[in-house]
Design a protein around this ligand. Structure first.
Ligand code: PLP
Length: 296
């Protein structure tokens, strides 16, 4: 079927094949045998590939250049996909992230050659503590959901170390889908609480679900309906009174950053999604933070 955009009508490279056409003609050598069958061990040679396209260099270049124009990105148009995919990074930030000092650092590089990067990471941890109201940050987790899992595993470990493992995690139905997934992977049973009053979770609903077998309440703020959870402080008090933790999915931190600190609201553990709230290019590091306070 023809599309409306002729550029999208690029045929398969197999359709461009023409018998005996070649990318590069191998010239006859005057310094010895250049026939691959005579010089390369037989077991390293591939059998004929049935229907392999026979195309010229320019056929190949034009075919793949045309295909490359099919890439749809924020540089060519708006794509309303998700909180990270629709984000626009200023070009200057992209350039800075690609500085060789960042992009070429090798994990096995010696510590004395990594001092600049280590200093930046150390200072970043401090900034993130200040922004979130947490006491400590790790730069280890490699994605938002990975940060959630790390945080929930820490909560599980806390109760285990204290000899009183807890089984449940309360999650409002307005939380992000990764929240129940991370809790489940960390070994918890998820107790779902319904939103009320037009989309937010109420202290009453939490109070009736909270008990001493519940390790944490995990919420997303702003929540997945795009609304601010208004009663976090009260909810945190209810959960803390029964010895539980508050995990707040911080993926949407850009909505409250610089205005309110999650730590001040009684939140104990969060993850930052640096590719959403900040300018980390996709596939960069993410982090998770936690309050180092004694158990509530
Ligand atoms: C994007 C997002 C996540 C998951 O983050 P990833 O980096 O994609 O793993 C979790 N929670 C919320 C609210 C998100 O928007």
């Amino acid at each position: 079927m023809k599309s409306q955009n002729p550029q999208l009508d690029e045929p398969l490279i197999f359709k461009k094949s023409s018998k005996m056409r070649k990318g590069i003609p191998v010239l006859k050598s005057d310094v010895g045998d250049t026939i691959p069958e005579n010089t390369i061990p037989r077991e390293l040679l591939r059998e004929d590939i049935n229907g392999f396209p026979e195309v010229s260099e320019i056929d190949v270049v034009r075919h793949f250049t045309r295909l490359s124009h099919w890439n749809f990105g924020v540089d060519t148009g708006f794509y309303p996909l998700g909180s990270c995919t629709m984000k626009y990074n200023p070009k200057i930030n992209e350039d800075i992230a690609r500085l060789a000092g960042f992009s070429k650092v090798h994990p096995y590089q010696s510590e004395e050659l990594n001092q600049g990067a280590l200093q930046l990471m150390y200072e970043l941890e401090g900034f993130l503590c200040e922004i979130s109201g947490m006491d400590a940050v790790t730069l280890q987790p490699a994605a938002g959901a990975h940060g959630e899992l790390c945080g929930m595993l820490m909560i599980a470990k806390y109760f285990k170390e204290n000899g009183k493992p807890r089984k449940k995690v309360i999650i409002p139905d307005t939380a992000h889908g990764t929240n129940p997934a991370s809790s489940h992977l960390a070994g918890f049973t998820v107790v779902s609480v319904k939103e009320e009053n037009g989309g937010v979770i109420t202290p009453e609903a939490v109070a009736s679900a909270m008990d001493e077998d519940t390790a944490a309440l995990m919420l997303t703020n702003p929540n997945t309906l795009g609304l601010f959870e208004k009663h976090i402080k009260e909810i945190a008090e209810i959960v803390h009174k029964k010895g539980g933790f508050i995990y707040c999915d911080g993926a949407n931190l850009n909505a409250i950053m610089g205005i309110a600190k999650l730590g001040d609201m009684g939140v104990d553990v969060i993850q930052f999604n640096l590719h959403k709230t900040f300018s980390t290019p996709h596939r960069g590091p993410w982090q998770r933070a936690c309050r180092r306070e004694e158990a509530p």
